[in-house]
Design a protein around this ligand. Sequence first.
Ligand code: ATP
Length: 511
Amino acid sequence: MGASASRFIRRVASAPNAKGLFSLNSRSPATTTTRNGFLAPSEPLPPVPAGLPTPSEGMTSSLETTSSTSSRGGYPTRTGRAYSNASAYKGAKDRVANGMVEGPGKMAFRRTYSSNSIKIRSVEVGPSSFQKIKMLGRGDVGKVYLVREKKTGKLFAMKVLSKKEMIQRKKIKRALTEQEILATSNHPFIVTLYHSFQSDQYLYFCMEYCMGGEFFRALQTRPGKCLPEDAARFYAAEVTAALEYLHLMGFIYRDLKPENILLHHSGHIMLSDFDLAKQSGQPGGRPATIHQSELNGMPLIDTRSCTANFRTNSFVGTEEYIAPEVIEGQGHTSAVDWWTLGILIYEMIYATTPFKGEQRNDTFANICKIPVHFRDQPKVSQAGKDVVVRLLDKTESTRLGSKSGASEVKQHKWFAKINWGLLRNTQPPIIPASSNGIDAVNFRNLQESTSIHLDQGSIIIQGVAGNPSLAGKVPTSTPGTPGVDDGMENVDMGSLFGAFNNVTLVHDGEC
Ligand SMILES: Nc1ncnc2c1ncn2[C@@H]1O[C@H](COP(=O)(O)OP(=O)(O)OP(=O)(O)O)[C@@H](O)[C@H]1O
């Protein structure tokens, strides 16, 4: 592997810090099918109804183990992660408008945000409903496959996580968190979940297939491995819209990096990999408050208030993207996501992250101590440098976004050219190579030593996820015994994975 490639390898580390455990990580992409079209809700959100529950205040600390990560199949990666559960976003979804938007020369459908936009049903498929086509990516405890649903012929990305690995690496909570976020999110820039279910050995996430592959890989193939400032601004804007939505739902993402940004075939982004995300203690988040814009007096949603006063101590993230307050073990808030946005913008423009050191400790020391430095080339506007400096403010309380969240970031002058309401109708700077989907031209060729056979898995209906009405409709098996070996015979899989919901999610316009 070349030097430039190895530069991107983030090893995930596990080492206790002052107040919590510490975990770093890496990634790769995969997803599927289309829904009715594409468009994102980055326009100002309507006021939040009063009376929504408020989160517990004060500091919480979560203990999380970590994994180490290197490269995936020879493809550079980095690190970070966390956990959560299911009914969080309904409130947030209820707050947003929906509709159909007409863009220049074409019409696209916007995902809707009404409470009716996602219908949750008992799971209607199982592993054997799908035919495996190829492996798209792999992570610490799972693999992501391009699959075709036998009945409909539709393509999906199927993430398959090994229960045994999750137990051994203490990653169960993370999988539950990921499921909750995916199952409740309804945003054009967040990867869509269609089904989730479990067999005796695996958890399955059947997701939209992001045919454009990893944004990280797209960056690697650009001249100089970077983007012109205008293009960087476009992707930063889409990421900001996605973070705005997550914060509104009460989630802190905590693992923004190019490897976790997938590209829809249209070229728009789709955020993925939510196992490091953290729920702010309150399902649905805390009610947003409204501020008046200092620029034009318009009302602005304060997404910061949705996670306000929630601090967590987990040491998670990707080495070069970790915020100073995480390293220093002070606990952190949703402001960490604005820090990572600053690193992302810098990396998109300069093809490197700003604080990268020889060793991990050098990187951490740089993050905490040295100011961000801008090279002479490429030339970057003053506003571009300013937004990076403001996002990379080492003092969390004065960082851009720390007062009122996304609306504050969106108002920075660097984003003045962005039409937030039409972001989804804007032509993305990179249009992924077109493909029939099956050839997965935007993915590396990965070989797997041990293959997972989808036909051999039967769904387990159990715990809170269990639905008696499904008995007899899908093959079931007794949790905890068959196929689980190597000292796992006595592990009560039923209780460990009982909170993993077997569901089919029907999105607007689908049936
Ligand atoms: N929806 C998708 N569409 C296309 N490719 C995808 C999709 N989801 C994941 N992938 C591919 O699979 C790779 C691994 O996915 P992901 O990072 O979600 O797995 P993971 O097991 O959580 O990994 P990690 O250990 O880094 O958390 C991605 O980098 C990407 O290449």
